[in-house]
Design a protein around this ligand. Structure first.
Ligand code: HEC
Ligand code: HEC
Ligand code: HEC
Ligand code: HEC
Length: 178
């Protein structure tokens, strides 16, 4: 009897321990990994669409004349290395150091800021099942996510109109019934 209880306890600790561990260790795999499966014209070529919209250029923007002029006035040496700027311009820098797997610093605002770190949901069996993917870290982006960055802390703030902005970043897969 006592032994059985002991084994049960050990099992419970292992089970919940693993759940906590799994949540803490979702890692950022980077846009090149998503590209392997999400760049086909027939299913919406999400990677190509992203390279054509501003989020993929958010690091380059930090070296623009406008950024450099702002930096000079505000005693910032190099905006492209400045944590105050990178916190909104870079998925890599938003990730905890121990969550960075193959993601690259130059990606800017990439897939995993909007969809969540992909290490656990990236397998096709999980990806095809939305509920399973969400259990493995997939985020369904909404307005709350956008306004983490589209807000007045931006040194060049613009009013953010979610309904008007959303279509500019979408990359639907027309083969899927919604
Ligand atoms: C090995 C292939 C593969 C990889 C790698 C992969 N996906 Fe997927 N993904 C799929 C398949 C298959 C589907 C289901 C069909 C579809 O939506 O294209 C899917 C669906 C999705 C969906 C829609 C989920 C839903 O049900 O609403 C999102 C969002 C997504 N993937 C994002 C990503 C991101 C971001 C990455 C990189 C971190 C990634 N995927 C990596 C194969 C993959
Ligand atoms: C991690 C921070 C971050 C998140 C989250 C984010 N954005 Fe952005 N967004 C940026 C940055 C930075 C730029 C500027 C990129 C550049 O021009 O270099 C930008 C630019 C844009 C632009 C182009 C500029 C404009 O105003 O027309 C649109 C549209 C946009 N974002 C929409 C969205 C939407 C919709 C969401 C939510 C689904 C979202 N963003 C989530 C940081 C973010
Ligand atoms: C709170 C999030 C946030 C922070 C912090 C932030 N940015 Fe941005 N930045 C954005 C967003 C969002 C946009 C796109 C705004 C839009 O067009 O609607 C943007 C756009 C820009 C642009 C293009 C503006 C234009 O009008 O063409 C420059 C340049 C820029 N940021 C530089 C910087 C610099 C330099 C820093 C650090 C001092 C910084 N940003 C910090 C969110 C942020
Ligand atoms: C600025 C935020 C943002 C970024 C960056 C982003 N996405 Fe999305 N993505 C969205 C939104 C919003 C949707 C629509 C979600 C919904 O309504 O379910 C979406 C939907 C998708 C879907 C499902 C399409 C469908 O119709 O089934 C896939 C697949 C996807 N994204 C992959 C990617 C990949 C791969 C990247 C990087 C190359 C990426 N996304 C970058 C915001 C983003």
């Amino acid at each position: 009897m006592k032994i059985k209880k002991g084994i049960l306890l050990i099992c419970l600790v292992m089970l919940f321990g693993n759940v906590i561990l799994a949540q803490a260790t979702y890692k950022y795999i980077g846009a090149d990994k998503c590209k392997l499966c999400h760049n086909k014209p027939a299913t919406g070529e999400q990677y190509k669409k992203w390279t054509e919209e501003p989020h993929s250029k958010a690091i380059a923007t930090l070296s623009s004349q406008k950024a450099m002029d702002y930096a000079k006035k505000n005693n910032i040496e190099d905006p492209s290395k400045e944590a105050k700027c990178l916190k909104c311009h870079s998925t890599y820098d938003r990730a905890e150091a121990n969550q960075r797997a193959t993601i690259l610093p130059a990606e800017g605002v990439s897939c995993e800021t909007c969809h969540g770190p992909g290490s656990s949901y990236k397998s096709p069996v999980i990806m095809k099942n939305k509920a399973m993917a969400m259990k493995a870290g997939l985020i369904v982006p909404d307005k709350q996510l956008c306004i983490q960055c589209h807000n007045k802390d931006n040194p060049f703030p613009k009013d953010f109109d979610y309904e008007a902005s959303l279509p500019k970043v979408l990359h639907p897969n027309s083969q899927r019934a919604n």
